[in-house]
Design a protein around this ligand. Structure first.
Ligand SMILES: [Zn+2]
Ligand SMILES: [Zn+2]
Length: 238
């Protein structure tokens, strides 16, 4: 597996097994979107070294949502590099360990059968991190060349996506939408807190103009990515 994939000259995907993180470079340093699974910090530092930067260059870590495959190495990354963390207020107490992780969705058969066991796995118990900053819908962040926060609840209540102008628009969808097995689709029901809300968030994202979409799971979608989103949302409505 590649250590790092250049999407645009200042935007990189960092594949971490079945989940992705992203690195955005600007003159101040690096911004990391999501922090993979527990123990992924070495792979993240390898990716950082590949673009000739150091751990301390990672100034900001933006968290799409509280799931352990997105905050697994958050504590390790911030400890080593001193980066500040950004989380939506609805997910922040879970990331901070002040509130328990919600149980698997019982509307899912797998969730009913295996949810408890899965939630108890050590991999699903990432070290707690208190967020330095809260991020809310519509916030304009200066780092990474400029990012707009889009609240996309449903997968989790505090799930956010990030939108970058330029290059025809680049969306960092997190788990609001997946691109597993080469097609975009809904997030996994078992790990989605409210599927109706998740669908509304997909519709919200489909209204944006973007050529490129980056996902927590699956390959980057390049070229008229929002057309694929719109098609999926229309299909969902039928
Ligand atoms: Zn998730
Ligand atoms: Zn995920």
């Amino acid at each position: 597996m590649a250590t790092i994939e250049k999407i645009f000259p200042h935007i990189y995907a960092v594949p971490l097994g079945y989940v992705n993180a992203f690195l955005l470079a600007d003159e101040d340093g690096l911004t990391l979107i999501d922090a993979g699974l527990r123990g992924n910090e070495r792979r993240i530092w390898k990716a950082v070294a590949r673009i000739k930067r150091k751990p301390a260059d990672v100034r900001h870590v933006l968290v799409t949502h509280h799931h352990s495959d997105h905050v697994g190495s958050l504590a390790a990354v911030t400890k080593a590099g001193g980066a500040e963390t950004y989380v939506h207020p609805l997910d922040a107490p879970i990331v901070a360990g002040e509130k328990p992780r919600p149980a698997a969705n019982r509307a899912s058969v797998t969730g009913r059968l295996l949810g408890r066991i899965i939630m108890r796995l050590p991999a699903n118990k990432p070290a707690a991190v208190a967020a330095d900053h809260e991020i809310n819908d519509g916030d304009e962040l200066a780092m990474g060349g400029g990012l707009r926060v889009i609240h996309t609840p449903g997968h989790t209540a505090g799930h956010v996506s990030f939108f970058a102008e330029g290059h025809g628009g680049v969306l960092f969808a997190g788990d609001a939408v997946g691109n597993v097995l080469g097609r975009i689709g809904k997030p996994l029901l078992m790990f989605t807190e409210d599927m109706e809300e998740a669908k509304a968030s997909m519709r919200k994202l489909a209204e944006l103009e973007f050529d490129t979409a980056c996902f927590g799971h699956g390959k980057v979608l390049k070229g008229k990515a929002n057309v694929a989103f719109r098609r999926y949302v229309e299909k969902m409505a039928r």
